[in-house]
Design a protein around this ligand. Structure first.
Ligand SMILES: Nc1ncnc2c1ncn2[C@@H]1O[C@H](COP(=O)(O)OP(=O)(O)O)[C@@H](O)[C@H]1O
Ligand SMILES: [Mg+2]
Length: 313
């Protein structure tokens, strides 16, 4: 099903900013999406959910839809989605439950496993000293990745190769979150696969991420020249199908609607899902708009589709 829209008749509340560690990136996404939405012909007003007055303005603002560029906590985690549900304003991207599950790496891995989606072995900690270091290393190996459960954009993540580095990695991750996950390191090519749609979602062309640092850290994600991406990724047809299927399965297992973008590592025909993002970056050079472009969908068209999915669900 697709909805036909008349953008010039529609008032869009574009939400960007917020209070998460990804606030600055969200503001950049907002600028990118604003331009694309205006190009598509929508009437757009920008709001920052970090401001109470902006939240109040949304309640009585007579908007048709909220376009979310809010990454991370309180923006991508179901909280803002719950507020929008309460005030009856349709919004882009996944709903409350799906957002809350997807942002949490421990809980989303429970869902992946239940759906037979391969994901690296892991152990989760609900407090800093819940397990001994020996226990953690026995579960995931010395070469592992320690991450806060719900922070995005690689904030607080450390890759370690020796047990002696574990304490510092856990201390760092617990600075960002109350729960932390340690995951076995998997080596291979890093990919991300965007999926759009509601009942019959489609996977967009696969993107390969080529970091200039040792891994796809905060700087390589956002500094100019920090990373390159190649779309479509130079994979075999079988590999492309494998990872597109995994992204679709992840989107469905997490009950995403509208959009999602799943991070995957592939080595030959073995692939692991790392995580699913429900409010991906939205600057003109971000991964989702780039994957759209490779599928022949311009950024303004992509934004229009996302609004269509929001109104359809
Ligand atoms: N298990 C892993 N094995 C290898 N590299 C990993 C692993 N987990 C994370 N990474 C690296 O760290 C980056 C960020 O991890 P990710 O789980 O995507 O969290 P987020 O993007 O939310 O910060 C990944 O893009 C990848 O480069
Ligand atoms: Mg990621």
């Amino acid at each position: 099903m697709s909805i036909s829209l008349n953008p010039s008749q529609m008032n869009v509340a574009l939400l960007a900013g917020g209070t998460s560690g990804e606030r600055d990136i969200s503001i950049e996404s907002g600028k990118g999406a604003l331009q694309a939405l205006q190009e598509a012909g929508f009437n757009v007003t920008v709001f920052d959910p970090a401001k109470k007055d902006d939240l109040k303005a949304l309640i009585d603002g007579n908007f048709d839809v909220a376009f979310l560029c809010t990454h991370g906590r309180f923006g991508e985690d179901g909280t803002l989605q719950g507020f929008l549900e309460l005030i009856g304003l349709p919004y882009t991207g996944p709903g409350v439950w799906s957002s809350a599950t997807s942002i949490n790496k421990t809980i989303s891995k429970v869902v992946y496993k239940h759906a037979n989606i391969p994901t690296p072995s892991s152990i989760s900690l609900t407090s800093r000293h819940q397990y001994s270091n020996e226990h953690i290393i026995a579960a995931v190996g010395e070469h592992c990745v320690v991450k806060p459960d719900t922070e995005g954009s690689t904030l607080g993540i450390t890759i370690i190769t020796k047990a002696s580095e574990l304490d510092a990695a856990l201390d760092e991750a617990f600075k960002h979150d109350r729960t932390v996950i340690a995951e076995s390191f998997v080596s291979g090519t890093e990919l991300t696969v965007a999926v759009i749609g509601n009942d019959d979602p489609i996977a967009l062309p696969v993107i390969e991420i080529v970091p200039s640092h040792s891994f796809y850290d905060f700087e390589s994600k956002y500094a100019p020249g920090g990373s390159k991406h190649i779309c479509p990724a130079p994979l075999s047809e079988e590999q492309t199908k494998l990872v597109q299927d995994l992204a679709l399965q992840s989107h469905k297992a997490l009950q995403c609607s509208g959009m999602s973008r799943t991070d995957i590592i592939i080595d030959g025909m073995t692939a692991w899902v790392l995580e699913t993002n429900t409010v991906p970056g939205m600057t003109a050079t971000s991964l989702l708009p780039d994957a759209g472009a490779a599928a022949g969908i311009s950024f303004p068209e992509l934004c229009t589709k996302l609004i269509g999915y929001a109104l359809e669900k």
